[in-house]
Design a protein around this ligand. Structure first.
Ligand code: AHR
Length: 498
């Protein structure tokens, strides 16, 4: 048995967590939209075709923001194809994923769906095959009240009130050679800056996300961020990070250390933002938007018919090991919530997603659903910089990996404190001593645990066995309480002020 301690004080505040840290992503890709959130004719569909069973699962997570419509898809998308009378909308060849896009779901349907799902939009503009002009027209369509061509077009389409979309992505992964309209950092920095200028001329209240690198292994990583930011620094509010994890080599010990990779990535991008801030003598701070992250590898190599409609692609079936990696990543994000303000688990339904559906059938929670739900439910408030004392180990790619990892969130309004913890050890319990410095009266009330599963165990449409259990704790205040973290476990320890 191993021992660790985690010391917490109200004074050790990292930041007030931006709720958008628990966002997600819906792309026109595979069955994310069609057969995922939207399936007219399904027994659970409402009058607009939105699946209520899926909305219920989303509401249980409480997803504050959803990025849309892509992803790689956005770089070839004509937003005009997806508005107006449905019977007049064109079908298009969708080149990013080699499918056919019918455009029966578009911007207005997405906005209606956001309302139904209790979330808000993070809209991306196409800076691949299109540019600043298309971006300003879409912004006018969405945010201008009336009296101009595109705002009146929206009204003609039945949406009298503007959508007022506040958060916008300036393209997607423009550093990636696979991206339609791929650019060099210079080219992208210039067009992103000009687009940002025009968009803020039209609506100064919007917040803009600059594309950073597609992942930290890109050859241009670092230089890309510095160059693109140098062109656009004053006009953008966030720079994006994307990171997906795999366990292709079957080395789970190493896989469980992958959150160190994202930690280094975050730290490096913070340094680059602040370097450009210093270089430009700016008073403005650019923060981070980790707007695509997840485990992604199980579905690689899936075959499908080119130009088919809504095929089963990127439908990773997640196991228990993946849930631990997702939990560890959430812990890492909470620790950096002073600069990581937005994050989107990619994606939300069917496509590398916590929620799966069958066409015409069930919707269910994958293993990764639970840590995401716990973080979103209990991770609102102040992230605390707890002092973690624990043993360490090395893996194939990482050294000094902590045997357990922890984050703490204090919700001062609800007078609740939550500790999130993962025990990475394959065999041994870890007794975590939580030391509360100045949380008088805060008593441990619940310990939620996911543990004891085979690392490969998955959930299916009819068997949701990989799920958390809740244990009531004694509810008595103690300055130091000991919690047993089982080997390979995700833990949520909840304290409440009596
Ligand atoms: O989320 C799937 C894809 O991953 C997105 O379309 C793209 O942005 C990224 O490469």
């Amino acid at each position: 048995m191993k021992k660790s301690s985690f010391t917490l004080s109200k004074d050790f505040k990292i930041a007030k967590i931006d709720n958008r840290l628990f966002g997600s992503f819906i792309e026109h890709l595979g069955r994310a939209v069609y057969g995922g959130i939207y399936e007219p004719g399904h027994p659970e569909a409402d009058e607009k075709g939105f699946r209520k069973d899926v909305i219920k699962l989303i509401k249980d997570i409480d997803v504050p923001v959803v990025r849309y419509p892509g992803g790689n898809f956005v770089s070839g998308y004509n937003w005009e194809d997806g508005v107006g009378p449905v019977e007049l909308r064109p079908s298009r060849l969708e080149l990013a994923w080699s499918t056919t896009e019918p455009n029966t779901f578009g911007t207005n349907e997405f906005m209606d769906w956001c309302k139904a799902a209790g979330t808000s939009p993070m809209m991306a503009v196409n800076l691949g095959t299109r540019g600043p002009d298309e971006a300003r027209n879409l912004l006018e369509y969405c945010n201008h009240e009336k009296g101009s061509y595109y705002s009146d077009l929206r009204r003609k389409h039945g949406y009298e009130k503007p959508h007022n979309i506040k958060l916008w992505c300036l393209g997607n992964e423009m550093d990636g050679p696979w991206q339609m309209g791929h650019k060099t950092a210079e080219e992208y920095g210039r067009v992103a800056n000009e687009t940002a200028n025009i968009m803020k001329m039209m609506d100064p209240s919007v917040e803009l996300v600059l594309c950073g690198s597609s992942n930290s292994f890109m050859k241009t990583f670092g230089d890309w961020e510095a160059t693109a930011l140098d062109h656009s620094y004053e006009r953008v509010d966030y720079v994006s990070l994307h990171q997906y994890f795999n366990c292709n080599d079957g080395d789970t010990k190493n896989f469980l250390a992958r959150s160190c990779e994202i930690e280094n990535y975050i730290k490096t991008v913070i340094c680059i933002c602040d370097y450009i801030k210093g270089k430009r003598h700016s008073r403005h701070t650019v923060n981070l938007s980790l707007d695509e992250w997840n485990v992604w590898y199980h579905s690689n190599g899936t075959k499908f018919d080119r130009w088919s409609f809504a095929p089963h692609i990127l439908e990773d079936v997640y196991n228990f090991a993946d849930a631990l990696v997702v939990g560890l990543t959430l812990i890492t994000m909470l620790r950096h919530s002073d600069r990581v303000k937005i994050a989107c688990l990619a994606q939300l339904v069917n496509v590398i997603a916590p929620i799966m559906t069958e066409n015409g059938g069930n919707a269910w929670a994958q293993t990764i659903y639970y840590p995401y739900m716990h973080a979103s439910k209990y991770g609102r408030g102040y992230a605390l910089n707890g002092i973690l004392d624990t043993t360490k180990h090395d893996t194939k790619d990482f050294t000094d990996v902590t045997d357990i990892d922890c984050a703490a969130v204090w919700n001062d309004e609800a007078e609740e404190l939550t500790v999130f913890a993962v025990n990475r050890d394959f065999e041994q319990d870890n007794i975590l001593s939580v030391n509360l410095k100045d949380f008088e009266g805060y008593a441990p009330v619940e310990h939620i645990v996911m543990a004891g599963f085979d690392l490969q165990a998955v959930n299916t449409s009819t068997n949701g066995r990989v799920k958390p259990v809740s244990h009531a704790l004694n509810g008595v205040y103690e300055a130091e309480s000991e919690i047993k973290l089982a080997p390979l476990s995700w833990n949520v320890i909840r304290y409440k002020k009596a």
